[in-house]
Design a protein around this ligand. Structure first.
Ligand code: SF4
Length: 335
């Protein structure tokens, strides 16, 4: 079975953008029975831009794990592991760092964009760790011989960089030692924020989290951006520029969406009622996810057991890869 590797940086709880963007796909791939999925909680990578806030990363490792379990990631089918507990990944990162030039890392479009977004943290001078995170990601993928890597378009350059590292490694140390991964472009769309921003995120304050309370959901939906030209209930509206209608398409059934569109365009629907209907539908949609989460909130020892067992299983795989790598690099001195 082909191995699939995915993961998240534990810098915050996961939101509905993650749900529609990647979590749904992971559950589908897991349940297809065609793959052997691994999910990495990338705490070391999270530290590259949160090195001054280790408490935040530590706390979110378990929060992200609970998000996975509550959306249907099944630890019997998917190996969930913690990156920092696999020292082989750090070792591989060091070995691979000789195979990548600084200029190549600086040219990586994903890295370039992210550095620009983190100007507040890095100023004019980015750290070696952040610039090099694609190398650490190549180590993540190859440690588990990940063959299929589901990614969004913006992450594709990272997989290309990993493929280059694999080819270079194999050409120097022996063909076929490392497996070359393939990026599988995710068909799921990126979900916009409640404010209409293309990106949903904590720092933007425009996200609904999978673990938000009903009141938080209602409050957030009430603040969503609507058609600005609509002042009174009987004003003719344009639902296609309204974030409430955008979310209705994700959370409300077809009939409700059609009714919303028609009534808005005819000036027969109030925005407050429209938002109330939407928040009720989101609350209903998230109900089973939140029920599962409540179970894991009440059983933290079970979350820890799942993470420990997943990490032990992942470590075994990484050790096998490391054995091959060290033999190929002639670093197997005392065996
Ligand atoms: Fe948006 Fe609904 Fe108001 Fe129309 S009625 S502008 S779809 S919130």
């Amino acid at each position: 079975m082909k191995r699939i590797l995915t993961g998240d940086r534990p810098t915050g709880k996961l939101h509905i953008g993650h749900y529609f963007g990647s979590l749904q796909t992971r559950v589908k791939l897991q349940n297809s029975g065609e793959y052997e999925p691994f999910i990495e909680i990338a705490d070391v990578q999270a530290l590259t831009d949160n090195f001054n806030n280790p408490e935040k990363v530590r706390k979110n490792v378990r929060e992200v794990a609970k998000d996975y379990l509550s959306v249907g990631i099944d630890p019997e089918k998917t190996t969930i592991f913690v990156q920092s507990m696999i020292p082989e990944i750090a070792e591989l990162t060091v070995f691979y760092s000789n195979l990548v030039t600084i200029a190549r890392l600086e040219r990586n479009p994903t890295v370039k964009t992210e550095i620009a977004q983190k100007k507040d943290l890095f100023g004019e001078s980015v750290t070696y760790g952040f610039l090099g995170y694609p190398v650490s990601q190549a180590a993540d993928i190859t440690a588990f011989e990940g063959e299929i890597i589901p990614v969004g378009e913006d992450q594709e350059p990272l997989i290309e960089q990993c493929r280059e590292i694999v080819r270079k490694f194999n050409s120097i140390y022996g063909e076929g030692i490392l497996k070359e991964p393939k990026a599988e472009l995710s068909k799921s769309a990126r979900i916009k924020g409640l404010d209409g921003n293309d990106k949903m995120g904590k720092s933007l304050g425009n996200a609904i989290y999978l673990s938000d309370s009903d009141d938080e959901i209602t409050k957030k939906v009430m603040s969503a951006v609507t058609d600005p030209n609509r002042i009174r209930k009987d004003d003719i509206g344009n639902p296609d520029i309204c974030m409430v209608y955008y979310y209705h398409k994700l959370f409300s059934n077809e009939e409700a969406c059609k009714k919303c569109h028609k009534e808005c365009m005819a000036g027969e629907r109030g925005c407050v009622a429209c938002k109330k209907e939407l928040s009720n539908n989101i609350i209903e949609f998230l109900k089973p996810i939140k029920e599962k989460r409540a179970y894991y909130d009440a059983h933290p020892e079970e979350v820890d057991r799942i993470l420990r067992e997943g990490t032990e299983k992942a470590r075994k795989v990484a050790k096998e890869t490391m054995k091959k790598v060290k033999e190929a690099m002639m670093l197997n001195y005392f065996e």
